[in-house]
Write a protein that binds this ligand. Structure first.
Ligand code: BGC
Length: 471
């Protein structure tokens, strides 16, 4: 393969999230978050009832992480703030100075080695105290999130210029509040996902406005939200039903959030019509999907300064007709996802490796959401146990994917500004615990000092970052 040059000043990064790496779950005054609660409850909802109590120990071993970042030569590092480490009960009523000190050290040291921080305010770990008061079902969480965002901008914004408000609201809404598979674990099919997402979108918008109104002029940074999406293709490209189901799939996934934020402050028309129709059939007086008021639409529209995409996989789609049981998101969407058996799998059952899907998705975002600057804020491939350090097959997937990103930029004119590998380290992979390893660096969780060792992928990624080209 000829060398593929990336644009000058392309951002090369890796991503992590607080709960997945930090550990120190009760250290120095940190408050509980809902993943602390969820994992401590046991009940086999997480692989071997593992927890993030220790994880990669980054709360104390952050200098080891910096060594990994340096070894990769990254230009950017994406990490998240643990909300309840900074504000133990979620509110600015009490600020945990030790938490502030921790992130100050990390940010300062990143800048000292010329690495730009991309900071996520909230990556799945809602403070438990807020959950106890209704969590994302409560309008109060919107106000408290806005205060938290302002606190972070005023505390770290002199140095942090790139912000993500919320990571993957779709995953939280669907797996946390619709299906109850992940924390907080109480699913309300057909209701919970929509209700929580509605408030998350409003919270994001408020946090964006807070920056825009009070901080942007002085701090000159930018704020976005990280949206996850698969690419989708009709199972039979000649079937009208499959094509429509495929469109619905994308609307219920990426567009659920991206249309309100990037287009018009409102949900996709097909979501509104389908959910309202089904709600009527169920004898409900109003749709299970809440409406935004006109004022809210104005507030939500245009609240992202760039587009953050987390991409992992692709699906083939055909219609799904669920006749039994109560209401559910899947029944509303009416789309069945099929994993082509031809596609290789990377370490975990859901992760079919489809690099070309990313190129198509990038083109779709360019065409649908006003040709924004796009950062791929997560993409990666896992290994299951036992992982091998010589992960050549995995590096092959990264190479193929980066080649598709390169094509998206040079052939399709998509404004991709950066690529962040998920993840810097093998970490706590939510309900899969430590059994699924996404790291560029292996972490030995059986040794007390949690040593980090580069995989072959890390060594190769460093070469690409250095040369700004895929060789
Ligand atoms: C999340 C990460 C997660 C990754 C791999 C994304 O949904 O943002 O926290 O580890 O996917 O599953």
């Amino acid at each position: 393969m000829a060398s593929l040059k990336f644009p000058e000043s392309f951002a090369w990064g890796a991503s992590t999230a607080a709960y997945q790496i930090e550990g120190g779950w009760d250290a120095d005054g940190k408050g509980l978050n809902l993943w602390d609660t969820f994992t401590h409850q046991g009940g086999d909802r997480v692989f071997k009832n593992q927890t993030g109590d220790v994880a990669c120990g980054s709360y104390t071993l952050w200098e080891e992480d910096l060594k990994c970042i340096k070894q990769l030569g990254l230009t950017h590092y994406r990490f998240s703030l643990s909300w309840s480490r900074l504000l133990p009960d979620g509110t600015t009523g009490f600020i945990n100075q030790k938490g502030v000190d921790y992130y100050n050290k990390l940010i300062n040291e990143l800048l000292a080695i010329n690495v730009t921080p991309l900071v996520t305010l909230y990556h799945f770990d809602l403070p438990q105290a807020l959950e106890d008061q209704g969590g994302w079902y409560s309008g109060k969480t919107i106000e408290v999130f806005e205060q938290y965002a302002k606190f972070c901008y005023s505390t770290f914004g002199d140095r942090v210029k790139m912000w993500i408000t919320i990571n993957e609201p779709h995953i939280m809404a669907k797996l946390g509040y619709e299906k109850g598979i992940i924390a907080p674990g109480n699913g309300e099919p057909g209701f919970g996902g929509y209700r929580s997402a509605h408030n998350m979108i409003k919270a994001h918008a408020k946090a964006w406005h807070a920056y825009n109104n009070f901080f942007k002029e002085k701090q000159k940074g930018a704020v976005s939200i990280a949206l996850d999406s698969d690419w989708a293709e009709p199972l039979d490209p000649n079937s009208m039903d499959d094509k429509e189901a495929c469109e619905r799939y994308l609307k219920f996934r990426l567009n659920w959030f991206a249309e309100p934020i990037y287009i018009d402050g409102d949900y996709p028309a097909v979501m509104k019509s389908e959910i309202s129709r089904k709600s009527k059939e169920e004898g409900l007086m109003t749709s299970r999907l809440s409406e935004f008021t006109d004022e809210e639409k104005k507030m939500v529209k245009g609240t992202a300064d760039f587009f953050c995409l987390n991409y992992y996989t692709t699906r083939k789609i055909k219609p799904l007709h669920i006749k039994q049981g109560g209401p559910s998101f899947d029944s509303d969407m009416g789309a069945e996802q099929i994993k082509d058996p031809e596609w290789p799998e990377a370490g975990v059952e859901w992760l079919a490796v489809v690099p070309w899907g990313l190129r198509k998705l990038l083109a779709y975002i360019k065409d649908t959401f006003g040709d924004p600057d796009i950062y791929i804020t997560e993409n990666g491939f896992a290994q299951s146990e036992p992982p091998v350090l010589q992960d050549t097959h995995r590096w092959g997937y990264f190479q193929e994917t980066l080649a598709e990103v390169w094509k998206a930029i040079t052939q399709d004119g998509v404004k991709v500004k950066g690529y962040f590998a998920w993840s810097l380290l093998d970490n706590f992979e939510w309900i899969s615990g430590f059994s699924v390893r996404f790291g560029l660096f292996h972490v030995d969780h059986n040794q007390p000092n949690l040593p980090r060792t580069p995989y072959f992928s890390a060594i190769e990624y460093a070469k690409i970052v250095k040369g700004n080209e895929l060789i």
